[in-house]
Design a protein around this ligand. Sequence first.
Ligand SMILES: [Zn+2]
Ligand SMILES: [Zn+2]
Length: 87
Amino acid sequence: MNQIDVNNSGVENDEQQTQSMLCPLCQTSNQCALTTKQEIENCWCKTAEFPPKSVLLANKLDGSACICQDCLERIKQEVALGLKRID
Ligand SMILES: [Zn+2]
Ligand SMILES: [Zn+2]
């Protein structure tokens, strides 16, 4: 059984959608499925392993836009190396 979320959280705003096409960290295309008109469930970010939310917030990421895979890897490495301070 598939659970379909009817509450389609905030994807109808065109302007926001355009902004969320870009990685907020490096301003290149984040390849998010939403930017290619696919279901968010198909996005690479759905299967990627993300660092804890506190880390993302420390990078000024509030979850409104996907970062790109490069930046995700970089952040994860920084966390692993203990370079990022998590306050
Ligand atoms: Zn990036
Ligand atoms: Zn995504």
